[in-house]
Design a protein around this ligand. Structure first.
Ligand SMILES: *Cc1c(COP(=O)(O)O)cnc(C)c1O
Length: 434
């Protein structure tokens, strides 16, 4: 469930008219709904009731400080892919003591920083990393808590660029070698074995791959509990969300009203399928959702620059571009695109919705049926809360877009649009050119 709906003719986020936000802060601007984030968080926790569950929100999906603070207020811990993400959580005024650190390339400085911050656990992706963590912990005179990320060789049946759990991927230690890796870990003087971890990919839309992974991991987890006294299992993130027709029928997307069998993955289906296996293990459960916490909680507001009628083809040229939201260009992803002011008396037209960047991939939608719109009118690109702003770049010397958080009828800019001066602040002309 999300909190974007038309009130009269105008698209609102909670009780806020999005056209007001666009006028006040300009476009392109990301807008996030606090109520939607809260719903997403509470639903996944509720789906696993009876288990000792901790959500470690994957910061890489959306690292805005206000979003992190709000999730922390809700009770969430965090999953970091870098020390920078950890520092964001600290900067947001939240604790990292219940949080975990993933990633195949942790630098020595990052490991030190995480140990000094008192992180809950490292999710170790290779044997050399284990040796490095042991070394750094030794220098600091502390013991480093770890879990090994096990690669179960399960095909998550998602987009090739976001699958991580097969033997062809760089992530984790293969299941067959995992027991030996734990044996090695147990010999290091500055390592404490705390858990086991797996994360097989992102935007996974059926529960099958999650169940298969957990079934593959369960025997190892049980034996590690016996042998090394592990206390938790992290089952990663990856829960898929619905991008098509996200707004179609009010706050509940059409698919949420469908019979169970025809639905894509929901938190309830996920929790119901995994809980029985997890209960048998008797371990604390960590989940690391990113996308499913924030994707449908965010939209990207944009303004129409031109309506260009080409040969047998219309182009709606908007002021947002692939540098602001790269998902369509990078993953061929679909985003619903809707007008902020809905006028059913207008004709519909079919157009490509494109940005101003000099690349053919700078296209948000191809041959999309959309209400006829003219210069200066606003659109919302839906479900842009995850892997949106965090992937923004300055390509074509375009500034990083602004971000706004809405809660009920309150809204505030939580990240100002980058200025030109900020964009060039670290650049200079070298003396030998002067
Ligand atoms: C990216 C990532 C996640 C979050 O994935 P989502 O698909 O956004 O839920 C969780 N755990 C790890 C280790 C990750 O790399």
């Amino acid at each position: 469930m999300h909190h974007f709906q038309y009130v009269g003719q105008n698209l609102h986020c909670e009780s806020v008219d999005l056209a007001e936000v666009a006028k006040l802060y300009g476009t392109p601007t990301y807008v996030y709904s606090a109520a939607t984030i809260a719903d997403n968080y509470k639903r996944i926790v509720a789906s696993m009731k009876g288990l000792d569950v901790r959500v470690c929100y994957a910061v890489k999906a959306n690292g805005n400080l206000a979003v992190l603070r709000y999730l922390s207020n809700l009770g969430s811990a965090f999953d970091f892919a870098s020390a920078g993400e950890m520092r964001r959580v600290v900067a947001a005024g939240a604790s990292v003591k219940q949080s975990v650190f993933a990633g195949v390339g942790k630098a020595e400085s990052e490991i030190r920083m995480a140990l000094e911050a008192g992180i809950y656990s490292f999710h170790v992706e290779s044997e050399p990393e284990l040796a490095r963590i042991n070394h750094v912990a030794g220098k600091l005179g502390v013991k480093a808590p770890i879990a090994i990320r096990v690669n179960p060789d399960v095909d998550a049946q998602t987009h090739a660029k976001i699958t991580t759990g097969t033997s062809a991927n760089k992530f984790g230690i293969p299941l067959r070698q995992a027991a030996a890796a734990y044996e090695a870990a147990s010999k290091y003087p500055n390592i404490t074995i705390l858990g086991i971890q797996s994360h097989i990919g992102s935007q996974i839309t059926s529960v099958g791959p999650f169940v298969e992974t957990l079934e593959k991991l369960a025997p190892l987890a049980a034996s590690l509990r016996e042998k090394h006294g592990i206390s938790y299992i992290s089952i990663g993130g990856g829960i898929g969300v619905v991008y098509k027709d996200a707004l179609a029928s009010g706050p509940f997307s059409w698919w949420e009203t469908q019979p169970e069998a025809r639905r894509p993955l929901t938190p309830e289906v996920y929790g119901a399928a995994l809980s029985p296996i997890l209960k048998q293990l008797g371990l604390k459960v960590l989940i690391e959702p990113g996308r499913s916490m924030v994707a449908n909680a965010g939209v990207l507001l944009t303004r129409v620059e031109y309506m260009k009628r080409g040969q047998g083809k219309n182009f709606l040229i908007v002021d947002a571009a692939m540098n602001d939201l790269v998902r369509p260009a990078m993953y061929d992803s679909y985003h619903e695109i809707v007008p902020l002011h809905r006028d059913t008396t207008r004709a519909a037209l079919v157009a490509d919705v494109v940005g101003p960047i000099c690349e053919s991939t700078d296209c948000f939608a191809k041959d999309r049926q959309i209400q006829a719109l003219g210069e200066g009118e606003y659109l919302a690109i839906m479900s842009a809360g995850a892997y949106g702003h965090v992937m923004a770049s300055r390509y074509n010397a375009r500034p990083i877009p602004a971000e706004v958080l809405v809660k009920d009828s309150a809204f505030e800019q939580v990240n100002a649009r980058e200025t030109f001066e900020q964009m060039i602040a670290n650049e200079k002309i070298p003396a030998f050119l002067k």
